[in-house]
Design a protein around this ligand. Structure first.
Ligand code: ADP
Ligand code: MG
Length: 642
């Protein structure tokens, strides 16, 4: 009988199994360790193949130096490493691995088969290990290099197995790390295959820009600027993107310190600071930055799964990274490509038809239209949100930026301040100025119908608020919030009644996607289609979009698609259950913006849309749509009545 409390020394196998729990959390950890070993072995070609997110199979093949027959069994022992001799070597370690824990940990929790040969041997070695027990070691004919196959991960540790996520989620993690490993070593040609599909294939020509091109595609590559910086402590090189390729999360930011992919909050903060005036809030720039530094100034002894790295000189690091990016962005202004947006122009109905149709058709969708009814592109004062900020010469109105940013901020209230004056009693305030109309659906609907039928359009304030006079009231409507609400209700209605119709593109648009995005796009095709997108595979790192939920002049189909992919990715498992949150985003992207001139027909169209709604007092983000000011209040202020 097992007696608790009696001290024993664990057997080697148990030790390895426990250690494996720390080193091998999920398939991603195995992939990372195996690829790092191949890099350390001087490989020029590395092929990584996975099945079912690596849970069923992980197979790596390299053409590195191989393992000597005398060492093959030793390599699977804990703390067996050919890379350092003692802890004294730690400060100057230049290899990716040095702990000698990976192979033993992997072998402890799976079935591992190894084929390896060095150039000095005519024969190779084949080892088969299951749950840490060596089942077979034999000589075999094989090419120089190493081939490791890992099967049935966590077959003997069910608790770990239970913590694995969906295959596609695990595959997503792996593609992320493969992308980073490929960027870390442009001299190596990487191939990554998931369930038989090649998702990544880099040239291995030692050129970072062509490596980036092969991973992220043409569009991103054309919007990158080379960055470099050097002082006594840091040598920094890399590529930074302009605003056209900014995304809603940091998945396109990669930092490498001495060629190791790491994370560091100071560097992230410096990147954000450098882009502060260039890209919108909540957007993140593309960047691949490589920092070379004396190894003594960093702590390499970070846990293998925690990629967070510490520097001894964080303040200087911040300044250096900031300058690297800032210099690049100011020396070389790359205009974002307007081509994709241009294509959209033909989708905008001719303005005369717009006017004729608007009163007849109730299902007309708003497209943006400039003041002078010509298209935006010829004008300097354009309002493509994501694009125009990369070009500092474009003239923004002084408030433009804050207005654009304010469009979709959750729960922010419009800044209308009203001074009630001291002579007005507290209890009268609501009679005077009613903000956020009471959300009684029936009354509300009637109210908007009344507005539509009896109101007089006064015009637009600040190109943002529609002003209507109705009886004894002046009514202000936030045009963006209102239109967003209308579009949102349409989308939800369609979504809940089977499927979103979406709008066909006259010309299908090719969108370049990263390996990780490709996995998500394939896995969630049914869901993404139910949101009104229609697309198909189009080569290794592209897809072709035929339909989007809503067409909008300011958001090209590609931009809308990427936004929504980012959203689904960041929502993870709750995306389907909370699809309305995604519909909010689509509605917001498809709605007319603040700071945009509207004519009376367009204003009428918004009123008609509001009258068709059931409840319409707030935009989907919770901001009010409507504010009222009474005649009584105005007259009181002017002392016409006392
Ligand atoms: P570490 O990388 O920390 O040294 P590992 O457990 O990952 O420890 O690997 C143990 C040893 O096996 C390495 O030090 C290396 O000598 C050898 N090895 C592992 N993978 C390869 C490979 N792909 N090619 C050549 N040698 C390898
Ligand atoms: Mg290793």
């Amino acid at each position: 009988m097992f007696v608790l409390g009696k001290i024993i020394v664990l057997d080697e196998n148990s030790i390895n199994k426990i250690a494996a729990g720390e080193v091998i959390e999920r398939p991603l950890s195995i992939v990372k360790e195996l690829v790092e070993n191949s890099i350390d072995a001087g490989a020029s070609k590395i092929t990584m193949e996975i099945k079912n997110g690596g849970i069923i199979l992980i197979k790596i093949t390299d053409d590195g130096k191989g393992i000597d027959p005398d060492d093959v069994e030793l390599a699977f022992e804990r703390h067996a490493t050919g890379k350092i001799r003692s802890a004294d070597d730690l400060p100057k370690v230049m290899t990716m691995g040095f702990r000698g824990e990976a192979l033993s940990s992997i072998a402890a929790v799976s079935e591992v088969e190894l084929f390896t040969r060095t150039i000095d041997n005519d024969f190779g070695m084949n080892v088969f290990i299951k749950g840490g027990n060596i089942m077979r070691v034999k000589q075999i004919g094989c090419p120089v290099g190493t081939n490791i196959i890992v099967r049935n991960l966590f077959f003997n540790t069910p608790a770990r197995f239970k913590f694995l996520k969906k295959d596609t989620t695990e595959a997503g993690y792996i593609s992320d790390i493969m992308t980073r490993l490929a960027l870390s070593a442009p001299q190596i040609s990487f191939k990554f295959i998931s369930n038989g599909t090649t998702l990544l294939h880099t040239p291995g020509n030692n050129d970072l820009s062509s490596t980036i091109y092969s991973i992220y595609g043409r569009e991103i590559s054309q919007n990158l600027i080379f960055a470099e910086y050097k002082d006594e402590k840091f040598i920094i090189t890399g590529y930074v993107g302009n605003s056209a390729v900014a995304r809603s999360n940091r998945s396109q930011q990669s930092l490498f310190v001495n060629n190791r992919f790491v994370k560091n909050k100071t560097v992230t903060a410096a990147i954000d600071e450098a882009y502060k005036t260039i890209i919108m809030k909540n957007k993140f720039a593309f960047c691949v930055l490589k920092i070379d530094i004396n190894p003594l100034m960093i702590d390499v002894n970070v846990h293998p799964n925690k990629m967070e790295i510490k520097f001894s000189e964080e303040g200087e690091l911040f300044r250096s990274v900031y300058h690297t990016i800032n210099n690049a962005l100011t020396k070389d202004i790359i205009l974002p490509e307007f081509k994709t947006v241009n294509k959209q122009v033909e989708l905008v109905p001719h303005i005369d038809n717009f006017k004729q149709n608007i009163l007849k058709t109730s299902d007309y969708k708003f497209y943006n239209k400039t003041d002078d009814e010509s298209n935006h592109i010829s004008k300097p004062n354009i309002q493509y949100e994501p694009n125009n900020k990369s070009e500092p010469n474009i003239q923004y109105g002084p408030n433009n930026k804050s207005v654009l940013n304010a469009d979709c901020q959750t729960n922010s209230k419009p800044e209308i301040t009203v001074d009630y004056g001291n002579d007005i009693h507290e209890e009268n305030k609501t009679d005077l100025l009613v903000s956020e109309d009471p959300p009684e659906s029936e009354n509300n609907k009637d109210y908007f119908e009344q507005l539509l039928e009896e109101g007089t359009i006064i015009g637009q304030g600040f190109m943002t608020y529609i002003i209507i006079q109705l009886g004894e009231q002046l009514v202000f409507i936030d045009q963006h919030a209102a239109h967003e609400r209308i579009r949102f209700e349409e989308l939800v209605h369609q979504y809940e009644n089977a499927q979103l119709h979406g709008q066909n593109l006259l010309t299908p648009e090719i969108v370049e996607v990263s390996p990780k995005e490709k996995i998500l796009i394939k896995a969630e095709k049914e869901f993404i289609s139910s949101l009104g997108f229609e697309y198909e595979d189009f080569g290794q790192n592209s897809i072709m979009i035929r339909q989007v939920p809503l067409k909008n002049f300011e958001y090209s189909p590609a931009m809308l698609f990427k936004e929504i992919i980012d959203k689904i990715d960041s929502m993870g498992d709750r995306a389907k259950a909370q699809a309305k949150e995604i519909l909010y985003d689509i509605a917001c992207k498809g709605a007319i913006k603040a700071n945009k001139k509207l004519d009376n027909q367009e204003i009428l169209q918004i009123l008609r849309g509001l009258a068709d709604l059931k409840t319409a007092t707030t935009c989907p983000h919770g901001r009010p749509i409507i504010l009222k000011m009474t005649k009584y209040f105005i007259e009181k202020e002017f002392k016409r009545i006392i």
